[in-house]
Design a protein. Structure first.
Length: 279
């Protein structure tokens, strides 16, 4: 690393420390604005994933919900995958449009531009963390009632490692969000393209179905290449299955997330100074 690069890195670190309180305030503001005009407010962080789980369980439960095919309790299996995937899609979509939504402020007040996509991602992570309480309640309900094979649910001390796949997903989402936030300034069509991509990803990741139901070898390998599969499977291993996390999946997901974040930071640093001219 050259002297200039070290000086720039040192400056960026100092600026981040200087504005870290602003980042926290922007994150808090995004969380409060999300439910500002709704009657139930923050309770939607519980109700929305719960209602999504109920709808998807009714629609796909009869097809993929048979116990014993890689599934212990289908609603909880579905909830665990849907929860992580929803955080990825919502955080990246909000990060992608963060500059357009804050264009008036960006043109008038100097703030490090990465604060806007970061605050969008972190606010969704707060909502994601709150939604985990709903997941716990759903887990307890099916365990106690025994519905849909819920009596087979088990919990071990490996569940305490749930934060590891969550952190990896946060890193990955941050890298993707930084890239999309810049691209969307230059190419507005990215917003619509990303909607299609996320819909495709939903069916290309074992969220509503177990991987064991896929019989085609090349499709299985294609699914495993997707880093979202590794992150969701790591979460299910420690929380749903009560098993130790696969070190291969953990290594793969960690490396991909760090590389994605590094690419996102470099790409953002390269184009961030020109963003204001395209808003």
């Amino acid at each position: 690393m050259s002297t200039n690069e070290k000086a720039e890195l040192s400056h960026d670190v100092k600026m981040f420390r200087k504005y870290r309180n602003l980042l926290a305030e922007l994150t808090r503001k995004n969380v409060s604005l999300k439910y500002r005009n709704s009657w139930l407010g923050i309770l939607w962080s519980f109700l929305q994933p719960l209602l999504n789980m109920i709808v998807l369980s009714v629609v796909f439960g009869g097809i993929f919900g048979r116990t014993g095919e890689g599934i212990t309790c289908y609603p909880v299996f579905l909830f665990s995958g849907r929860l992580l995937f929803s955080f990825f899609t919502s955080s990246t979509k909000q990060a992608m449009t963060s500059f357009r939504r804050n264009a008036a402020i960006i043109k008038k007040v100097y703030v490090p531009k990465y604060m806007y996509p970061l605050s969008s991602i972190f606010s969704n992570f707060v909502t994601f963390a709150i939604s985990l309480l709903c997941y716990i309640l759903v887990w307890i309900f099916f365990k106690v009632s025994g519905f849909n094979g819920g009596s087979g649910l088990t919990i071990t001390w490996y569940a305490l490692l749930f934060f590891i796949p969550m952190l990896i997903l946060l890193i990955f989402s941050t890298g993707v969000g930084l890239i999309l936030s810049v691209l969307c300034v230059y190419f507005r069509d990215i917003e619509y393209i990303w909607d299609v991509v996320t819909q495709l990803l939903f069916y290309m990741v074992p969220i509503i179905y177990p991987l064991s139901r896929i019989t085609s070898g090349w499709i299985v390998e294609l699914i495993k290449i997707n880093p979202l599969y590794s992150m969701i499977e790591l979460f299910r291993q420690c929380v749903l299955y009560g098993q130790p996390m696969s070190w291969k999946l953990l290594l793969y997901a960690s490396v991909i997330s760090i590389i994605t974040l590094a690419v996102g930071i470099l790409f953002f640093h390269w184009k961030s100074d020109d963003i204001i001219f395209h808003l």
